[in-house]
Design a protein around this ligand. Structure first.
Ligand code: SF4
Ligand code: SF4
Length: 123
């Protein structure tokens, strides 16, 4: 079961998780062209080996360890993680569209600073 990046990454995107992932399954990396415009990073669900290294590395607690553990307010971002594929323009656009819809639908969450956002995910 893959790990999932959620909305505290929006506005943070510091790539700390990329640096610790042993299988390079978190994208876009800083050296990939999509990085500058991506709203957040995504975990490739088929490549993630569930090692858990990214969770403590994330300074804003954006990463959940399974789809089931991902709070209801973040469920659409499970799909964004699923569809994102670096280098596939259509997939990137689809994932970014899901994130934009999430942002538009959750003005309440987006008004919370990224560092505090995970604490209110379940509320
Ligand atoms: S759980 Fe491990 S393999 Fe999966 S994204 Fe995190 S660091 Fe990478
Ligand atoms: S460590 Fe957290 S905030 Fe930083 S890029 Fe990864 S998921 Fe996003």
């Amino acid at each position: 079961m893959p790990f999932i990046i959620t909305d505290p990454c929006i506005g943070t995107k510091d790539t700390a998780c990329v640096d610790v992932c042993p299988v390079d399954c978190i994208h876009p990396r800083k050296d990939e062209p999509e990085f500058e415009t991506a709203a957040m990073l995504y975990i490739h669900p088929d490549e993630c080996i569930d090692c858990g290294a990214c969770v403590p590395a994330c300074p804003v607690s954006a990463i959940y360890d399974s789809v089931e553990a991902t709070p209801a307010t973040q469920k659409s971002l499970v799909e964004a993680n699923r569809v994102y594929r670096a280098g596939d323009a259509a997939a990137v656009a689809e994932a970014e569209g899901i994130v934009k819809a999430h942002v538009d639908a959750h003005a309440d969450l987006m008004s919370v600073p990224p560092a505090d956002r995970a604490a209110v995910h379940g509320k």
